[in-house]
Design a binder for this molecule. Structure first.
Ligand SMILES: [Zn+2]
Length: 302
């Protein structure tokens, strides 16, 4: 039986300040309550300009290092996924995000500061309801040896495996249900991670200038640079956080058993596009992209 889900916004505006992980510059992000059916919308302040960028799959313009949305021109907001994971977990469907830089502040590298900020702002239940996404057939996207599957399920669950060429990250796997309390305690506090050798290369190109042990788990060749982790398997938990944040771009609650192996932002967004195309009754292959092959059931069975 389908339970009715109400749309929600925040009770009061809140301001979060932090640094952009790439620019290293201070970013101010303000969250404001919104009317029902507004959706999630960024307003990017650039001098006297105020640029509107809705959170939607049609506005995703890049998934290479983080999930980035754009206005169709040169205006972009990147690294939206950690904020969205918290917003989605708390059931917020309508909210305005004002931002004065092209990247959402990295905060501590997890979704915890967003989760705590929104909870302190309060949550207002709106009169309107929203239909959750449920699927009746498996949906999957494949890219070489990476894949992401959603199986029909009455609850939201995930089975996630990562397999990096690193002694501590070979075959790390985690299975859990993803209700609000589990997400809040077991997933949203998991920090982003990176490899020290990659950080050095990125910084040589002027990227990851804000990256530090204050906002990331950093892996050396055979260990961690951080003194302690929040969980033994913090990295795979963060990948689940990213997946929830990326699927939140669909703008709806969703149910299903997600099975991921070595997935990332590109596959997450591809799956979201497949889900939405099925959910809205369009052809499943509508969003077939060149870079990420999407296989139909028939093709996969060959
Ligand atoms: Zn992340």
């Amino acid at each position: 039986m389908q339970t009715v889900i109400h749309r929600k916004t925040i009770q009061n505006s809140i301001t979060l300040k932090g640094i952009g992980v790439h620019s290293g510059k201070v970013v101010t992000l303000r969250l404001h309550p919104a009317e029902a059916n507004t959706g999630l919308i960024f307003y990017l302040y650039k001098g006297i300009q105020k640029i509107r960028i809705p959170v939607s799959l049609d506005h995703v313009v890049d998934t290479s290092n983080a999930t980035t949305i754009g206005d169709g021109g040169s205006n972009r907001v990147q690294t939206i996924e950690h904020l969205l994971a918290a917003v989605h977990t708390l059931g917020i469907t309508d909210c305005i995000f004002e931002i004065d830089s092209v990247e959402v502040p990295i905060m501590d590298g997890s979704s915890l500061p967003f989760w705590e900020g929104i909870r302190s702002a309060g949550i207002r239940v709106l009169n309107e309801t929203i239909e959750p996404i449920t699927i009746t057939n498996p949906i999957w996207v494949v890219d070489g040896d990476k894949y992401l599957v959603m199986l029909p399920s009455d609850e939201l669950k995930v089975t996630y495996s990562i397999d990096f060429n690193h002694p501590l990250l070979r075959g790390q796997s985690y299975t859990t249900t993803l209700d609000e309390s589990i997400l809040g305690t077991d997933i949203l506090p998991a920090r982003t991670f990176g490899f020290l050798k990659d950080v050095e290369a990125l910084q040589a190109r002027g990227l990851a200038m804000g990256g530090s042990l204050d906002n990331a788990v950093v892996l050396t060749d055979d260990g961690y640079l951080n003194d302690h982790l929040r969980y033994d398997n913090e990295c795979v938990r963060h990948k689940i956080l990213d997946l929830v944040g990326d699927l939140a771009v669909m703008g709806r609650p969703f149910r299903g058993h997600l099975i991921a192996s070595k997935a990332g932002h590109a596959l997450d967004i591809s799956l979201a596009k497949c889900i939405m195309s099925q959910f809205t009754g369009n052809e499943l292959t509508q969003y077939k992209s060149k870079r990420i092959p999407l296989f139909s059931k028939k093709e996969a069975a060959k």
